[in-house]
Ligand binder design. Sequence first.
Ligand code: 13P
Length: 250
Amino acid sequence: MRTPVIAGNWKMYKTAGESAAFVKEFLPLVAGVQGVEIVLSPPFPSLSIVGALTAGTNVGVASQNVHFAAEGAYTGEVSPGMVKDAGARYAIIGHSERRQYFAETDESVNRKVKAALAAGLVPIMCLGETLQERESGKTFPVVERQLRTGLAEVSAAEAPKVIVAYEPVWAIGTGKTATKEQAQEVHAFLRGILKELFGEPVALAVRILYGGSVKPENISELMAQPDIDGALVGGASLKANAFAGIVKFK
Ligand code: 13P
């Protein structure tokens, strides 16, 4: 009932030329894939070229961040309208690396989610606990706060457009994937909060992705979980073959 989403977050990798080469290699590998939303998230300077090369294909494009204002004196920032104009349909918001290194908060994430929705972009809102939070038994309160604050003032009409990405910080880039049971437990918990916030039909419509050391070898068991609706992939999305293998998880 929920269309799965497999999104590749390239982080700060690939020049425009490298991005174009990836797309040319990748498109034929996934040309026949149906019933999966495939998304590539290149760095800002590659958005236009990836947007142009994927136009009219089954591959969509996401920015890795957006500012919350439509325009203004914000040196170094990029607005939702600008990334949309460059060909993006989605925007990753609140990735843990942005929270950790660039001082993003639940409140700034919320402003960005609302701005992305207002611009007609699909927010991919990231959340997840640190290792210390997990080991001290705080996983559920932390992700609950991140979800509730991140979606504050989002209406039940807009909420189904939002994609949530659960990325436990301890699983990102570490090779240490959450077990399918650990991921499913948090995804089911998040869906329960969505039900409290927006009602059951919305909670059943929102896609919740898992991220953190997803590879071709572990995607199938993750996707077999009832509340895991896709993946946000870092390292393994940088190689066309590996990412195509994840896209074709079925
Ligand atoms: P890795 O897949 O490299 O662990 O990164 C996950 C991630 O942060 C995707 O946004």
